[in-house]
Ligand binder design. Structure first.
Ligand code: SAH
Length: 242
């Protein structure tokens, strides 16, 4: 048996994601857990040519192949602790969707909302589990006849994770959400609710009563948990990270 000596594959991003998720913490662990979150995929030169996306608007969903660029390269281990197993049991990296993997490549299916080709090319998508600034290496149309497999088995991740926390907002947080919705049209309260219902805390924090925060759109969203109730304390405006 021979071992092929493959050349490294030089990859160049074809596009970049603009999303409200400004840090990893809090992002749902698969697309579709937040089907309505809007994001934009901006194609980069020389791929920002309308010819590259001709015919794409006839597809409702896309596969995106991307780099987990906010994970340090080379940090992968053969065994990982999938959050779905409570962070205790270990599974093979290739039996998981862990972000720490050889080649740091991710795969997400998203809904295609609109193809815009006025100036460059922008794909308006929804449901992406992607950090703002994620480099996209390939885009492929989702093919239901080939990609949707009825009766497929998914061991420890058979169902979407259930909501774990009830979510409440302080008056101040609710008002800030209303202001944001009026200005930008994004129902940020619903987004925060969905993110917190899934309980993004690391398993080993589950009992602590500390204050948490994540960057979402241009806010630092502050929240606490007591028992099975999360409370959003405030949305503190911050200048965009860049
Ligand atoms: N659907 C993808 C991603 C699963 S992991 C796949 O199966 O390959 C999902 C997690 O990736 C999110 O919770 C988020 O924290 C993390 N993530 C998203 N974009 C990232 C990026 N650019 N760099 C590092 N981590 C990222």
């Amino acid at each position: 048996m021979t071992t092929a000596l493959f050349e490294p594959l030089p990859l160049q991003p074809v596009g970049v994601i603009h999303s409200p998720f400004r840090e990893k913490f809090g992002i749902p662990r698969q697309p579709g857990l937040l089907p309505d979150v809007p994001a934009t995929l901006e194609l980069l030169p020389p791929y920002d040519d309308p010819d590259c996306v001709r015919g794409l608007d006839g597809f409702s969903h896309l596969w995106l192949i991307f780099q987990f660029h906010a994970v340090s390269a080379g940090q992968w281990q053969p065994l990982v602790r999938p959050p779905r197993l409570g962070g205790n049991a270990r599974m093979g990296v290739f039996a998981s969707r862990s972000t720490h993997r050889p080649n740091s490549l991710g795969l997400s299916v998203v809904r295609l909302v609109k193809v815009e080709t006025e100036e460059g090319v922008r794909l308006h998508i929804s449901g992406a589990d992607l950090l703002d600034g994620t480099p996209i290496f390939d885009i492929k149309p989702y093919l239901p006849y080939a990609d949707a497999i009825a009766g497929a088995v998914a061991a420890y991740a058979a169902e979407a994770p259930a909501a774990k926390l009830h979510v409440a907002f302080t008056e101040q947080a609710r008002e800030e959400c209303e202001r944001h919705k009026k200005t930008y049209g994004l129902d940020i309260a619903l987004l925060i609710r969905r993110m917190l219902e899934l309980d993004p805390r690391p398993a080993y924090h589950a009992d602590s009563r500390r204050q948490y925060g994540f960057r979402l759109a241009d806010y630092d969203v502050r929240w606490v948990v007591e028992g099975d109730r999360a409370e959003v304390l405030a949305l503190v405006p911050v200048s965009p990270l860049k």
